[in-house]
Design a protein around this ligand. Structure first.
Ligand code: C5P
Length: 320
């Protein structure tokens, strides 16, 4: 089946989905020469998904509409930046696109929603504009757009090193997939630069300094036994170094972690990325859903948006 829909004018469209991620592990190792932090992470795609509808044109016009008034549709949106970067690398100024974003992933939440939208734009327009850039080339462009974009292009479960853009595969078995109950205060968002800046202020004196020390920590993470098989008996221990600096200054993170810690059957709770969204981990969707159905009304009354999501093994993907 073709991923393209053809219109009478000769333009083509497609629909692409862009999943969120959570961090099962986020360790801040040190500072890099480029001012970013050196990280050791395990990222996991979940089935909370934004949808992009993209129609190509040859008028050189790139326009974005968004169904969420809290989000800019201008040049600073990662979708527009990704489209313009791809076009400039192609050398064809006449390439254009009309893009509509159906936003489901909360904004400024630590779930890489913007990065996933950027990744979806790269994949979608590479196809619609028939540019044939390789996955490796798209990953390099992704890394220029943001540290999490390469992960979003690949998805699943990945070790992410460097700024977050150096991916390594994990040979993991988990049947059925694990699941999370995810919560976020609807009024709160956290700025990623602020969270890393605060981390530097608080923990900077303890940062590792040398590449040999970074590599030793990477190797320790690669060897973790929970990374070969996710199971209730050997669950991910859930470490997030940013949680330690964001939670004391963000009441909604403290409240979310406390509420989730009281949920029965959970294998652990943590903040995702730079927050403020937090999750409780479950060994499978059915177990998570039973608790979620009992709790979702009270979460709403407490001002928390919530979702029950499964782990998924893919990143951005075309809708057939
Ligand atoms: O790469 P991205 O645009 O997502 O990063 C946003 C900000 O988060 C950076 O400008 C930087 O302040 C901080 N950051 C960092 N180290 C990383 C990733 C992000 O300090 N590895």
């Amino acid at each position: 089946m073709s991923i393209f829909k053809h219109s009478r004018e000769g333009s083509q469209s497609l629909r692409i989905n862009a999943p969120a991620k959570i961090n099962l592990h986020l360790e801040v190792l040190g500072l890099r020469a480029d001012g970013f932090h050196e990280l050791a992470m395990v990222m996991q795609s979940i089935d909370l998904v934004d949808y992009l509808e993209i129609t190509s044109n040859l008028d050189g016009l790139i326009s974005l509409s968004v169904d969420d008034s809290n989000l800019s549709s201008g040049d600073e949106n990662l979708i527009v930046r990704a489209a313009k970067l791809l076009r400039s690398r192609s050398g064809f100024d006449n390439l254009g696109a009309t893009i509509h974003l159906q936003k489901n992933i909360p904004i400024g939440a630590g779930l890489a929603g913007g990065s996933s939208d950027g990744a979806a734009t790269l994949i979608g327009l590479n196809s619609l504009w028939r540019l044939n850039f390789t996955q490796k080339q798209l990953m390099e462009m992704g890394a220029e757009l943001g540290s999490d974009v390469p992960f979003c292009l690949e998805g699943g479960t990945k070790l992410c090193f460097g700024r977050g853009e150096r991916l390594e595969s994990v040979n993991i078995s988990s049947t059925p997939p694990m699941a999370v109950i995810l919560v976020k205060n609807s009024l709160e968002s956290v700025s990623t630069p602020w969270a890393y800046g605060r981390c530097k202020e608080i923990k900077g004196s303890d940062y590792l300094k040398y590449e040999t020390d970074f590599e030793r920590r990477r190797q320790q993470l690669r060897n973790e036994s929970w990374l070969s098989s996710f199971s209730a008996l050997n669950p991910p221990p859930l470490q997030n170094d940013l949680q330690q600096v964001v939670a004391p200054e963000n009441q909604s993170v403290q409240d979310s972690l406390k509420i989730l810690s009281g949920f029965s059957g959970s294998l652990g709770v943590a903040m995702s990325g730079s927050g403020p969204s937090c999750f409780a981990l479950y060994s499978n969707y059915n177990d998570a859903k039973v608790v979620y159905d009992l709790k979702k009304n009270s979460l709403k009354e407490l001002g928390l948006d919530s979702w029950c999501c499964s782990f998924q093994s893919t990143g951005v993907a075309f809708e057939l």
